[in-house]
Design a protein around this ligand. Structure first.
Ligand SMILES: [Zn+2]
Ligand SMILES: [Zn+2]
Length: 290
């Protein structure tokens, strides 16, 4: 799974966790290329049949890719054409010799697992992509520490799950100074986040007459992605991805900090707040300073 340094650089310059973004882009590309070129590939189809297609989030990502790139559903139809009889035959087999569905569900819960999606192909791609991106990022950091340390510093850093994946990597473990850089960088970000969260809440209070900064106003969003990773189905510019481009050839989004009114520093609409409820005639003020 080759990564171009340009791809890593672009992901680091885009809001949120760069590893999450790369993983998502590779998932979309995998779906696109599979539907475009590999629906007849026996190896792909065998794996797809074995897991009864994709897991829930990945099945709906496939839905989005089909819609976003206007692929039409025939590729998906071809893929599921063999999944359906496989599932139907399995269900029929488990119900034999007597059709006693209720008793079977009570007595053989383990049989139910045979009918569940497991081992989703795209979940595997997701894990491999994250490991691959971490590997290439660490390699770049070791080969040209000056440039890449700076790129990491200027980025939004990583979500907690991906930070741990990075710290577990052998390349990171084998380089104590470098490992420490990543930990210190992350700790600073967490400290800053803590400060912004606190400031945001404090300034919502009716008796505090201080401006809420843009960083404070969006701190709650960072807390969510920082702790769990990014969810690109969230309708927010931070999570913008390639699906908005209707080109049949997938190209990662070039949307970045400079193009975002949100990251330019001024949220367009104030989130719900105690203050705005209490003083409906005087909306909460927001600093326009980035
Ligand atoms: Zn992440
Ligand atoms: Zn999956």
């Amino acid at each position: 799974m080759p990564f171009l340094t340009g791809e890593l650089e672009l992901a680091l310059a885009t809001p949120g966790c760069s590893i999450c973004r790369i993983v998502r882009q590779h998932e979309e590309r995998w779906i696109f290329h599979t539907l475009w070129e590999y629906t007849g590939d026996p190896g792909v189809r065998a794996k797809f049949d074995a897991s009864y297609g994709l897991c829930h989030p990945h099945a709906y990502l496939m839905f989005q890719v089909v819609e976003g790139h206007q692929l039409g559903g025939s590729g998906v139809a071809r893929m599921y054409e063999t999944v359906v009889p496989k599932y139907r035959e399995k269900l029929a087999e488990l119900l034999r010799p007597k059709n006693m569905l209720k008793r079977w569900l009570r007595a053989k819960p383990q049989a139910l697992t045979e009918l569940k999606v497991k081992g989703c192909m795209l979940c595997r791609v997701r894990r491999d992509t994250a490991r691959g991106a971490v590997f290439f990022l660490l390699q770049a950091l070791q080969e040209d520490p000056e440039t890449w340390h700076e790129l990491v510093r200027k980025s939004d850093g990583f979500c907690n799950p991906h930070l741990l994946l990075i710290l577990k990597d052998e390349q990171a473990c084998g380089n104590p100074a470098f490992w420490q850089f990543l930990v210190d960088d992350h700790l600073q970000r967490l400290e800053e986040l803590e400060r912004q969260l606190y400031g945001f809440q404090r300034k919502q209070s009716y008796d505090v007459d201080e401006e809420i900064s843009a960083e404070e106003a969006r701190s709650w969003q960072e807390a969510i992605w920082r702790f769990t990773g990014m969810d690109f189905n969230c309708d927010h510019p931070v999570f913008a991805n390639g699906l908005s481009q209707r080109s049949p050839r997938f190209r990662p989004s070039t949307w970045g900090r400079s193009g975002s009114p949100w990251h330019a520093g001024t949220p367009r609409r104030m989130p719900w707040s105690y203050r705005s409820r209490q003083r409906s005639s005087a909306p909460a003020r927001l600093s326009t300073a980035a």
